[in-house]
Design a protein around this ligand. Structure first.
Ligand code: SF4
Ligand code: FES
Length: 257
């Protein structure tokens, strides 16, 4: 017996989507390429035109290019479901995850470039090390030197709610690489590092808040932010990045850690 959530329903929904989709679409991908091993330091543009299902993701289209048209195209991806954070790229001038962009929304033509502000290694792959250096610098882990409790460390729903939004970060770097301050100076820790500091600073079980706020009060910390909101607009997880940054600024200024 079908309980209303079975395979039959899934297949029916899929048929409905296909029927309503109006067939395949033609998509031209304009991709910024870079390969210092074969073409020197200059980047160039390549165009590929493919037939695609309108409900496919842009990542599917990039896979099509790589698997059937040009195997040298380099890109990062893993989960294909908006969770691993590895396929952030600049799509039509805005940072996004290729696996969350639907072909119908960008057809008939889309421009794909690597995220900005980090050294490009090849095509759409950037060196993430400066990004992760900023992340590591804010001590993004639970610090508690009070010894182990007998049972678990309890926390009320209200205490948990205080930092709920910033637990959703998948470290895709879309926020940090959309930030004009970071473009100009990769020493700035960047929005993602501040989001991940926020996640622990406001965790009632953590005792490292003062250390993190001292780090973020330094020259390359949170006061470099000029509140342009690019980071919030770019975040594929819907995190209120600018608000998290403001929370941290306020704690440094007024909580007197
Ligand atoms: S805050 Fe959002 S955009 Fe920034 S790294 Fe985390 S998930 Fe990506
Ligand atoms: S491939 Fe994992 S988030 Fe897109």
């Amino acid at each position: 017996m079908d309980d209303g959530n079975g395979l039959g329903d899934v297949l029916e929904a899929s048929d409905r989507r296909a029927a309503g989709a109006g067939g395949r679409v033609t998509l031209t991908l304009r991709i910024r390429r870079y390969n210092p091993e074969t073409r020197g330091q200059e980047s160039w543009w390549d165009e590929f035109t493919i037939e695609s299902e309108p409900d496919d993701r842009l990542l599917d289209a990039l896979h099509h290019v790589k698997w059937y048209l040009d195997g040298t195209l380099a890109l990062r991806r893993s989960c294909a479901h908006g969770i691993c954070g590895s396929d952030a790229m600049m799509i039509n001038g805005r940072n996004a995850l290729a696996c969350k962009v639907i072909v119908r929304d960008v057809a008939p033509r889309v421009t794909v470039e690597p995220i900005r502000g980090l050294p490009v290694l090849k095509d759409l792959i950037v060196d993430m090390e400066p990004f992760f250096a900023g992340y590591r610098s804010v001590l993004p882990y639970l610090i508690n030197d009070s010894g182990e409790p007998e049972k678990e460390r309890l926390q009320s729903p209200e205490e948990r709610h205080r930092y709920d939004d910033t637990t959703k970060c998948i470290l895709c770097a879309a926020c940090t690489t959309s930030c004009p301050i970071f473009w100009g100076d990769e020493e700035y820790v960047g929005p993602a590092a501040i989001v991940n500091a926020h996640r622990f600073v406001y965790d009632s079980r953590d005792e490292g808040g003062r250390r993190r706020l001292e780090i973020l009060a330094e020259k390359n910390g949170v006061f470099r932010c000029r509140t342009t909101f690019n980071c919030t607009d770019a975040c594929p997880r819907g995190i209120e990045v600018t608000k998290a940054i403001q929370d941290v600024k306020r704690s440094i200024l007024f909580d007197r850690f």
